[in-house]
Design a protein around this ligand. Structure first.
Ligand SMILES: Nc1ncnc2c1ncn2[C@@H]1O[C@H](COP(=O)(O)OP(=O)(O)OP(=O)(O)O)[C@@H](O)[C@H]1O
Length: 226
C-alpha cells in the first residue's frame, strides 16, 4: 500500500487577533489516500481555508505535522517545501488567479516549466489538457477574454498540469452561476477521477459534496465525518 497523498497529524493553528488568541485548528487529523475525493463542508469561518493552506504547504502549523506522500513537511526548509508543493500539489481557488498578461496556454505551460519540463513538452500537455476541458481554439486568449467558466477550467487545467498526486480546491466553482458551476464541477470531478488524483475540495454546496467519496466537516477545530 502506497503512502497517503496527504496526512494531517494533530495539526494546530491559532491566530492572534485584537480580541485575543483565536484557536482555529485544534488537533485536526485527516488522511487522503491515492485517488480519494473528499468534500470539506463547514460553516464560514471554521477554518476551511486555513486547513487548505496548511495542507498545501503555504503556511506552517503551530503544532502537529503535515505529510505529503509520507514526507513530513515540517522537517523541510522553504526551498524543499516549494519543490514538493510544485511537484505534488495542485491548487484551484474560488477566483481563478490566472496571470492576466499570459494566454490560457501559457498559464498552463508555466508551472510545468518551473518544474523543469521543456517548453515543447509543456505546450503539448497544456494543449491536451485544455482540449479535455473543451477549450480548443481558446488557447491563445488571455484570461480577460474568457468567460468565468472558461477561466476556471483553465485554472483547473493549470492545477493538473504537473500531474500532482493531490489537488486542493477552495470553493472552485463558488464564483460561477448555478448552471456553469454544475458543468465545471462535473468536469473537475471527471478529470480528477480520470487521473487518479486525491482531492480535498471545500464547498458550501451540499449537492456537489454528495458527489464526492466522503464528506468531512470541522467541529471545534477538528475534522469529523460530515
Ligand atoms: N491571518 C489571519 N489572522 C487572523 N485571523 C485569521 C487569519 N486567517 C484566518 N483567520 C480567522 O480564522 C478563522 C478561520 O478562517 P478561514 O478563512 O480558515 O475560514 P473558512 O472556513 O475558510 O471561511 P469561509 O467559508 O468564509 O471562507 C476566521 O475567524 C478568520 O477570521
Amino acid at each position: 500500500m502506497s503512502e497517503p497523498r496527504l496526512r494531517l497529524d494533530k495539526v494546530e493553528r491559532r491566530f492572534r487577533t485584537e480580541a485575543g488568541e483565536l484557536p482555529v485548528l485544534r488537533g485536526a487529523e485527516l488522511t487522503l489516500n491515492a485517488g480519494e475525493i473528499v468534500a470539506l463542508v463547514a460553516p464560514s469561518g471554521t477554518g476551511k481555508s486555513t486547513l487548505l493552506h496548511l495542507a498545501g504547504l503555504l503556511e506552517r502549523p503551530d503544532a502537529g505535522e503535515v505529510f505529503i506522500d509520507g514526507k513530513a513537511a515540517g522537517t523541510l526548509g522553504d526551498e524543499a517545501r516549494s519543490g514538493l508543493r510544485g511537484r505534488s500539489i495542485g491548487f484551484v481557488y474560488q477566483f481563478h488567479h490566472l496571470l492576466p498578461e499570459f494566454t490560457a496556454l501559457e498559464n498552463v505551460v508555466l508551472p510545468q516549466m518551473v518544474n523543469g519540463a521543456s517548453e515543447q513538452a509543456a505546450a503539448a500537455r497544456a494543449r491536451e489538457l485544455l482540449a479535455g476541458f473543451g477549450l480548443q481554439g481558446r488557447e491563445d486568449h488571455r484570461p480577460g477574454r474568457l468567460s468565468g467558466g472558461e477561466q476556471q477550467r483553465v485554472a483547473i487545467a493549470r492545477a493538473l498540469a504537473n500531474r500532482p498526486g493531490l489537488l486542493l480546491a477552495d470553493e472552485p466553482t463558488g464564483n460561477l452561476d448555478v448552471a456553469t458551476s454544475e458543468r465545471v464541477f462535473a468536469q473537475l470531478l471527471e478529470a480528477v477521477r480520470g487521473a487518479g488524483v486525491a482531492a480535498l475540495i471545500a464547498t458550501h454546496n451540499p449537492d456537489l459534496a454528495a458527489r464526492m467519496d466522503r464528506v468531512v466537516t470541522l467541529r471545534e477545530g477538528r475534522i469529523v465525518a460530515g
